[in-house]
Design a protein around this ligand. Structure first.
Ligand SMILES: Cc1ncc(COP(=O)(O)O)c(C=O)c1O
Length: 464
């Protein structure tokens, strides 16, 4: 007999011991002949006390309500049909009515989000320090510290903190003088911020296909898309994977093109041992709450050029002269980050390597739990690239079934970005998209948070 059994006339004290002994938090009640005659869950027990029973009282058959039972040999499908949000535990009896086993359906009631920021005492302390200093707008020690330390982390000379990752791309394009009549090559598989920033700068995006293995912009397609109007390339290190930066920088040099690396999803990723964001003329980052490090909303432009750094600082601040207050030399923007945001960023930066490693471990745990099911194709790793895990990104022919199954059980899952060229507002900028369509159709991101219940995810996916 499996399960904690209790006689129908036991004391409530004996009953709670049996409930406590059982991981399922349930006592199986048996009659004089030791046949099953009811079940009592920890919730039922609470309700008995609320109705006025005391620990000295004995259980009576009248205390036992209806319960659902299964016969030995019933299939998993039959067992699952009997479960509901209320019925999670089903005793299994033999033909004579004796308990032989029980089935527990673990219905996930707690929501598992796709990502969540890791905020602790250091973020709180720095934030409160910025708050009490009264430097809550865009000047203050944390801004300088965040710009300097993030630039140093990526191995760049200058950092310009901005209000988000989208304006970071726009600022970079403006600082490089890219605008009307200029073509900018970008990958078809990226978040819409990349193309929106190009359009905001009045330039013309050219959407090229991705590489099937890395999911990043295809070097061959960049070459095919080049023409005299091409002025820049924005390689996007999508889903934490570094683009082929040596080939891209080679093409840029040969054709006198600017390179803006969109690193919104790849803080700390490497190509040939060098951190992405340190190859191009300017690189851009997002610090949105689901990113590898966050400032709530926020972004940064990095560059090795003192001239571009100066230009970006001026454009970020209404195009105001840096020497003469209220003297505007060009039309600029208010793209500034606040000292409060930068304070959170400084705290995040202290543990960036730990955050990256934790997410890598989450991906390893998924692989361990799900690999042998044979329905998931993981993001590829390359000898000369070090990818980071932004979200656990993977492909599957069964993407729809997997997504449905997880969502039905309160576990979030996100599809890959749609191909930009598939959306009517961007369709006119399409150049090539064969691989992007295939990867976008099969791609999904799994929750990349600490409390994933891997055995539950495995259980759910094994039913597909
Ligand atoms: C590739 C890429 N570029 C740019 C951005 C824009 O960043 P933000 O949301 O901070 O504006 C994102 C944001 O998700 C992104 O994924």
């Amino acid at each position: 007999m499996k399960g904690s059994c209790c006689k129908y006339n036991s004391s409530l004290k004996e009953l709670i011991k049996a409930i406590d002994h059982e991981p399922a938090g349930t006592a199986f009640i048996i009659d004089e002949e030791e046949k099953l005659c009811g079940i009592v869950t920890d919730g039922d027990f609470r309700r008995m006390l609320l109705k006025g029973k005391s620990m000295q009282d004995n259980l009576s058959k009248a205390d036992l309500g209806d319960y659902v039972v299964a016969k030995k040999g019933e299939s998993m499908e039959e067992l699952l049909k009997k479960t509901s949000k209320k019925i999670r535990i089903i005793p299994i009896i033999d033909d004579a009515g004796f308990l032989v086993d029980y089935f527990v359906y673990r219905h996930q009631t707690r929501f598992t989000p796709i990502a969540e920021p890791s905020l602790d005492n250091t973020e709180y302390r720095f934030l409160m320090d910025a708050f009490t200093s009264t430097w809550i707008s865009s000047r203050g020690k944390y801004i300088d510290q965040f710009e300097e330390n993030f630039a140093k982390y990526i191995n760049c000379n200058h950092g310009v903190a901005v209000s988000n990752g989208t304006v970071a791309i726009h600022l970079a394009l403006k600082a490089l003088g890219i605008g009307e009549g200029d073509e900018v090559i970008i990958p078809d598989l990226t978040f819409a911020a990349t193309i929106n920033a190009v359009l905001l700068a009045n330039a013309t995006p050219v959407l090229v296909d991705i590489d099937k293995d890395s999911w990043t912009i295809s070097v061959e397609e960049i070459k095919k898309a080049l023409n005299p109007k091409t002025k820049a390339i924005i390689p996007v290190h999508v889903y934490g994977q570094a683009c082929d930066m040596s080939s891209i920088m080679h093409i840029a040099k040969e054709n006198d093109l600017k390179v803006i690396e969109d690193c919104a999803e790849a803080h700390g990723a490497e190509f040939n041992g060098q951190r992405v964001g340190s190859f191009g003329d300017i690189s851009t980052y997002s610090f949105f709450a689901n990113k590898i490090i966050t400032t709530g909303e926020g972004g940064m432009c990095l560059t090795n050029s003192a001239e571009l750094d100066d230009k970006m600082r001026q454009l970020r601040d209404h195009g105001m002269s840096r020497e003469k207050k209220y003297w505007h030399e060009e039309i600029g923007y208010n793209y500034r980050m606040t000292n409060l945001q930068a304070a959170i960023g400084c705290a995040q930066l202290e543990k960036i390597d730990e955050l990256i490693e934790r997410k890598m471990q989450i991906e390893r745990d998924y692989k361990l739990a799900l690999d042998d099911l044979g329905i998931i194709e993981w993001q590829q790793e390359f000898d000369n690239r070090k990818k980071v895990v932004w979200l656990v990104s993977c492909l599957s022919d069964k993407k729809e079934e997997i997504s449905q199954q997880l969502r039905d059980n309160n576990i979030d899952v996100r599809p890959f970005f749609y191909c930009l060229s598939d959306m009517p507002i961007y369709a006119e900028y399409a150049f090539s998209n064969k691989n992007a369509k295939e990867i976008s159709a099969k791609g999904m991101n799994l929750p990349t948070v600490e409390n994933v219940d891997y055995s539950l995810v495995r259980d759910l996916l094994s039913r597909i």
